[in-house]
Design a protein around this ligand. Sequence first.
Ligand code: FES
Length: 183
Amino acid sequence: MSHGPSASGGALVAAAPHGTSHHVPHVPVFTGDTRAAIETIMARYPTKQAVLLPALWMLQDARGWVSEGGLAEVAQLLELTPAYVKGVVSFYTMYHQHPVGRHFIQVCTTTPCNVCGAEDVVKALLEQTQCSDLGLMSPDGRFTVVEVECLGACGFATPIMINNAFVESVTPDSVPRILSELT
Ligand code: FES
């Protein structure tokens, strides 16, 4: 079933795509309005540690992924060790541990969707985004495609998620139209 690195059932593992360095200097995220926003959330909880998941989401929203520098910023902000934060980031597959395309496409390839042709949808997406494999970024930086487990829309095979948007009943034929609507 798998074509390579996958978000299914564990941490996404992939090489740095297309020469993208993982060691770009980190520009702090939690300043200005973002700092005010996280402090508002912190005020709702008894400990700073309780804010770790939303803080990581805010970081990923701002930078597209969770770099070592971003991880260290969150650790310092919440008075946690970087190792603890890293453990949480690597546990949840929805946090990206390497740069991903602007459009992060998740395709359900669990059995019910698989028997309805999900593998062909994956192939069409990889070909037409020019991603060389699952989990890798396309040369233009626009796309990353991964396989995931059940997206909860088994009656609408094949469902995909493009960032936070859900698209049902995707077929290889509908892939060009779907991609053409993305900037
Ligand atoms: S098996 Fe594909 S959405 Fe459930």
